[in-house]
Design a binder for this molecule. Structure first.
Ligand code: FAD
Length: 636
């Protein structure tokens, strides 16, 4: 599949009717909390979510290549009209604005229900496109939830697309690799950043779009609902802005003396001492839900015979599975309940630790082609059926492409609440409170589910690793009919999603470091036990895998020490290291923005600074400064 669609890669049967789902988001740079602790939305500049720009661009391209139409749909306040105008100015044919105070407070499921109802009303469509996630919510749930509600196949993170008749061949960008799949129209796809150039139109062009090209729909037009917060099975509790003050010391003069002073600052800040292993039952967030008492008697009393805590084990990710099982064990013990692990029978990873029961999914005979795994949607079907018969108290899934699809489909089918990308879990008064970051971790909200079954996807690498005693688990098998709607042709993993997440030290590499010189970073990386991260420019050039990208459309990392080398420190990058303990920046431009986001900065050529820093740290008798793990192998 080509990285970009070319005219020859699109050979449709006829004109394509494409729908594109778009979202308006606040510019993350201007984020603020109002005195009531809610996110301030008034007066904050708004824009089209960056991923949605790609969906619009691809949707209009496919419509024009096939002689079809592109309809753009958004749900949002009156201001969201602007993103429809932008899409229309770019080349879309029609806009539909779901605008009604009744929609206020919609969570992802309520949003997905309204969007699915609109697609039914305005359709039929051959293809529905959406962004892979939004920069404010970052759940990536709406796409697969809409797919479930409309009973359509789904593929997430599309980076390359070819169409032959009704067959789609897609290259998907995943958390730490890529996959090539085949499916057929109609389908729902979410798009990755590098699929195509983003749709953009300036204010004059947006204003010039005639109002008549946008239809406004209210809740009543879509049906009985309930819409908005009344139809949302999740509730937002306390919201905390995470502090991110930096010392901002910018050094100067001789490199040797700068390095000496920088090391002094690092020592003073404790940036060279390994962190204590987390032992708390939550993910060790700076401010957990107030009064949370996992394991208290009150918790188990309040639960009143809670169902089991179910854990979804993704094939090929035993470490991520172990994190989830450890968290599930703590929750189940607090509730006096049990842990059920769900896994595919075809991927016999090691025995799941800490589970009381293991459910293995097998393809019902004759359903899935031989040797083929059950797809995420098949797993969701099985989980939904079991959850209806014997509801679990909660379902924990990894926050990966696979986990998000299974959880989102299950949540949509059950009408249950789903918290995406949680970083901490707790039992409070018998309820599950999940800490969910938003805006690249700039803020964290406590979310609870009001539904009987609570679903959570958990970010890999952030929960404390626990030792769970092995137990003799009961086993059962569940046969599922594989629908075979999305066929995996090839899967490649070029990284491990947990390496960056768990790294105590990350060296962030910008375009100031050419790839043929990465070897020069190795001694420092080895000494610090550091993993390499990168800017978007670096991953765009293919110098490092995309899974190493740190920033608003990349990963968010929280190492003890982040060393920024040869990167300018644009907001969209540094927001991804907001939770780092200490930031050291190395740049030869004293005016580089990175210095404002660092605790200490060395002005100089990294080729000189990095070896000097390594030598200075090696001379220190600090036990922490001895590599405890191999540095990441740099590509390029
Ligand atoms: C919607 C959107 C999303 C984005 N998402 C992300 C994201 O997730 N992550 C991300 O990183 N970016 C993201 N970006 C891009 C971001 O805005 C910046 O363009 C990018 O981070 C810059 O990469 P860079 O610092 O490597 O390159 P540059 O900005 O080109 O900086 C290179 C730096 O290297 C320094 N340098 C050069 N040679 C040397 C030397 N010998 N010694 C020391 N220093 C040297 C230069 O002074 C310069 O400051 C996004 C942008 C947009 C619009």
């Amino acid at each position: 599949v080509p990285e970009e669609t070319h005219a020859h890669a699109v050979r449709p049967d006829g004109p394509l009717r494409v729908a594109v789902l778009v979202k308006q988001v606040p510019l993350a740079e201007n984020l603020e909390l109002a005195p009531d602790g809610r996110l301030r939305r008034d007066g904050v500049p708004l824009e089209m979510n960056p991923y949605c720009r790609r969906a619009v661009s691809k949707g209009t391209e496919l419509a024009s290549l096939s002689g079809g139409t592109c309809t753009v749909i958004t749900l949002g306040p009156p201001s969201a009209d602007d993103v429809l105008r932008e899409a229309l100015a770019w080349g879309a044919d029609r806009g539909v604005h779901l605008c009604d105070p009744e929609f206020a407070g919609s969570d992802t499921l309520a949003t997905a229900r309204a969007l699915a109802a609109t697609i039914r009303l305005e359709g039929p469509f051959d293809l529905v496109l959406a962004g892979r996630s939004s920069t404010d919510g970052e759940t990536g749930q709406v796409g697969p939830e809409v797919a479930e509600l409309l009973d359509l196949p789904f593929a997430g993170g599309v980076r390359g697309l070819a169409l032959d008749g009704g067959r789609l061949r897609l290259r998907l960008e995943q958390d730490d690799g890529s996959e090539e799949v085949e499916t057929s129209l109609p389908a729902i796809l979410t798009v990755a950043e590098r699929l195509i150039e983003p749709a953009k139109a300036d204010e004059d062009r947006r204003r010039a779009v005639p109002a008549g090209r946008i239809s406004v729909l209210t809740g009543r037009d879509l049906g009985r609902g309930p819409w908005g917060s009344a139809g949302s099975p999740t509730e937002v509790g306390a919201v905390r802005l995470l502090p991110h003050e930096r010392e901002g010391i910018v050094l100067g003069g001789e490199v040797a003396s700068q390095v000496e002073e920088a090391v002094r600052v690092l020592r003073r800040r404790g940036a060279l001492r390994p962190r204590q292993p987390a032992v708390a039952p939550t993910a060790g967030l700076p401010a957990g839900p107030a009064g949370a008492t996992t394991g208290s008697d009150e918790a188990s009393d309040a639960s009143g015979g809670a169902g089991p805590v179910a854990v979804l084990l993704e094939p090929g990710r035993p470490a991520v599975g172990a994190e989830l099982l450890g968290a599930a064990r703590v929750l189940a013990d607090a509730l006096g309940s049990s842990v059920v692990a769900w896994r595919l029978a075809t991927t016999p990873d090691a025995e799941p630790p800490g589970a009381d029961e293991v459910v293995e999914l097998v393809a019902a005979s004759g359903s899935a082609p031989r040797g083929e795994e059950l797809a995420a949607e098949d797993v969701a079907t099985a989980l939904t059926a079991r959850s209806r018969e014997d509801p679990p108290w909660a379902v924990l899934a990894p926050s990966t492409e696979w986990g998000r699809e299974v959880a989102a489909r299950t949540a949509a089918a059950l009408g249950a609440g789903l918290v995406g990308d949680a970083m901490g879990l707790d039992v409070v008064d018998g309820d599950l409170v999940a800490a969910k970051p938003a805006f690249s971790g700039a803020l964290v909200a406590d979310i609870t589910c009001t539904s009987r079954v609570r679903l959570v996807t958990v970010r890999p690498g952030v929960l404390p690793l626990r030792r769970t005693a092995p137990r003799a688990a009961r086993r059962s098998r569940v046969a599922v009919a594989g629908r075979g709607r999305v066929r995996s042709l090839e899967r490649r993993r070029d990284d491990d999603v947990e390496m960056l997440a768990r790294a105590e030290v990350v060296i962030g590499v910008g375009t100031g470091v050419p790839p043929d010189e990465y070897a020069r970073l190795r001694p420092l990386a080895a000494l610090l036990g550091a993993e390499l991260g990168a800017t978007r420019k670096v991953t765009d050039k293919g110098w490092m895998p995309r899974s190493r990208q740190v920033g608003i459309t990349g990963r968010h990392v929280a190492p003890r020490l982040y060393v920024a080398v040869g990167l300018s420190g644009k907001f969209n990058h540094v927001v991804g290291v907001r939770s780092a303990g200490t930031i050291l920046a190395v740049n030869d431009d004293p005016a580089a923005p990175v210095f404002a986001h660092a605790d200490v900065g060395i002005v100089g050529d990294w080729r000189e600074v990095v070896p000097a820093l390594e030598a200075a740290l090696r001379d220190l008798d600090v036990p922490a400064v001895s590599g405890h793990r191999a540095p990441a192998a740099a590509a390029g």
